[in-house]
Design a protein around this ligand. Sequence first.
Ligand code: NAD
Length: 495
Amino acid sequence: MAEGSASVSGEGLDVLLVDGALRPAKGGATFETLNPATEEVLGVAADGSAEDMDGAIAAARAAFDEGSWSSDPALRAHCLRQLRDALQAHGDELRALTTAEVGAPAFLTSGPQFDVPVADLSFAADLAESYDGWRVDLGEAAPMGIPSRRWVLREPAGVVGAITPWNFPHQINLAKLGPALAAGCTVVLKPAPDTPWCASALARIAAEETDLPPGVLNVVTSSDHSLGAQLSGDPRVDVVSFTGSTATGKAVMRNAAEHLTRVFLELGGKSAFVVLDDADVTAAASTAGFMVSTHAGQGCAITTRLVVPRARFDEVVDAAAATMAGLAAGDPTDPGTICGPLISARQRERVEGYLQLARDEGGTFACGGGRSERFDRGYFIDPTLVVGLDNSSRVAREEIFGPVLVVLPHDGDDDAVRIANDSPYGLSGSVFSADPERAWRVARAVRTGTMSVNGGIWYGADVPFGGYKQSGIGREMGVAGFEEYLETKAVAEGI
Ligand code: NAD
């Protein structure tokens, strides 16, 4: 049985951050947060109400309209660096908290689950000071015969409603509030009900250890999803920045349409890992098997369709199955664990539903196929390799969000691209070939927001991330991610 993280203390994490004050939810309401590896209750978080959300939006609006935040990039850079330093100073406790609440394998907390997004606040802080697009001189012209000098100004967009999921809470919370705050916006963060403490720890540190002015950052934890709908439909919000499932993204867009609020959406994926016939198939298959097992496959950009040359199908299946069988689900506190638990009983049911569907559709499992036998508690599913289905099956088309990889045969490069593109999603992808030119041709032809060629890693603070098709609208991170939080104003002066 997983040891869990008995040492994690939730002291002081049952609070909201509203208008600079750490305070309980209205009426003192709380809800439980669980350890998905042990099913134990870790403690309680503040259960924010519609009234709490209303107060947070009002505070963010006032801080934007009445304070100096939007016009003081030096203060913004200073506060973001303070936040980075303070989070780093609390690194040990926050890494343990992340493993306990998210079930994130410990090895990931020194990477994208904590250390990397915290360090990436430097990129946002630097941009606040160095961005060269604030005022661009277009020079003189005489439209309609009137001599004029023209400028393009970029201005902070206003109040940002940030709505986030549970799978990489620090990464996604910080990838939104870092650039939004750097751009001069104020923020209301509504995290997922499954991981409230990751957000309330951030709130406490921001309130107690930085000079962020009151109202600039507000955090409202809640068990109630409707607070997300409230935030995305409120006319005082200028930009809704959402990460989550495609179905919820569509609901967010519908709500935001009421007031024509701008939306930025990072949604689901069903990305293809394409192996060409000249590739080192063993290396490619092992990489694909490792990727889908990591954090139990709970990553939107994980490649979950392995598209391989028909003639080398069995060879690839054997190599991927060998890798995945060696990565059986394990205690996330163990530094050697790659595949931890799923986040909740609900998510485990969903994944098990897809495993049953794979059987019903005629598929078989080359490894895995259900709950881990090593644990009598916790939401563990072993890495599973599905064969015998084609790309029209639901298991190959729908996002499962578990450690499940479907292997699909292709008949050449064009066919591989056709299969990769035959998806409602377009978030990520990967291609392996001994010939970089062939790999690049595939990388260009796949309609997706990010591509890895021969194992290259595209993730980084300076790299825009986002999706084509139903994987989203807009880009997070990079300069493009910062500009999501800006408005554009053209000014012309008669001369
Ligand atoms: P979800 O869509 O159920 O919830 C995400 C957030 O939206 C939560 O905070 C939730 O409370 C809130 N929410 C729920 N209903 C809402 C509504 N009607 N209006 C506004 N907000 C609402 O997703 P989840 O289960 O937390 O996360 C898993 C999903 O997120 C997966 O589908 C995964 O692919 C996706 N995801 C995408 C990315 C990306 O960057 N593209 C990153 C991580 C996760």
